[in-house]
Design a protein around this ligand. Structure first.
Ligand SMILES: [Zn+2]
Length: 208
């Protein structure tokens, strides 16, 4: 009996991230949208508005459906130990209190441990948690927690700046006002120099 001389390499299968299927019933949503608009006194009998309930249903279904992706990671063979930072990732979410959009940017950084991440995946993680009824504080924390759990980096930092249409267009009507949230883990939170570096690199890109 012979044994293989090839060193055993543990296969690292990328984690396939499939968002939970909310089971959208588009036909029921269309009926409800028609009832909703009619109840608000908006007649649907013009050619332009006739299909609006169907479009509304499809639009919200899309806003609540993040795309599946593979969390591709690579061994950190070079021992890279500086911050990896993706800045100005678009954030497109929906406030769960008013069901109006909030939009802005996220800056997501991590200090690599044993694995590094395909860079585009940081944007996919943001989308994973943005495309659902959300509040900005939870979105920020969920992105940081998820990366901490699945990548096991030495630290994670997430900063989100967004304008909430429920604040811009109604209520206080504070157009242009933005909300800033952050979530830090590991040495990005606990090491003063790393924390200062992360915040300097992220807040320098923020709109005043
Ligand atoms: Zn709101």
């Amino acid at each position: 009996m012979t044994t293989s001389a090839v060193p055993e390499i543990a296969p690292r299968v990328p984690l396939r991230v499939v968002p939970r299927d909310g089971g959208a019933d588009l036909s029921a949503a269309e009926t409800a949208a028609a009832d909703f608009l009619t109840a608000l006194g908006i007649p649907l009998d013009s050619e332009s508005l006739r299909d609006t309930p169907r479009r509304m249903a499809a639009a919200y279904a899309e806003l609540f459906a993040p795309r599946a992706f593979d969390l591709t990671t690579f061994p950190n063979d070079e021992g890279y130990d500086e911050l990896v930072l993706a800045r100005s990732i678009p954030v497109q979410s929906v406030c769960e209190h008013h069901l109006l959009p909030f939009v802005g940017v996220a800056h997501v950084g991590y200090l690599p441990g044993e694995r590094i991440l395909g860079l585009s995946k940081l944007a996919r993680v943001v989308e994973l948690f943005a495309r659902r009824p959300q509040v900005q504080e939870r979105l920020t924390r969920q992105v940081a927690d998820w990366l901490q759990t699945h990548l096991s980096p030495r630290g994670v930092g997430v900063v989100v700046q967004a304008e909430h249409l429920c604040m811009s267009l109604r209520g206080v009507r504070a157009a242009g006002a933005t909300t800033l949230t952050s979530a830090l883990h590991g040495s990005v939170r606990d090491d003063p120099a790393t924390r200062a570096e992360f915040l300097a690199l992220t807040t320098s890109t923020l709109r005043a």
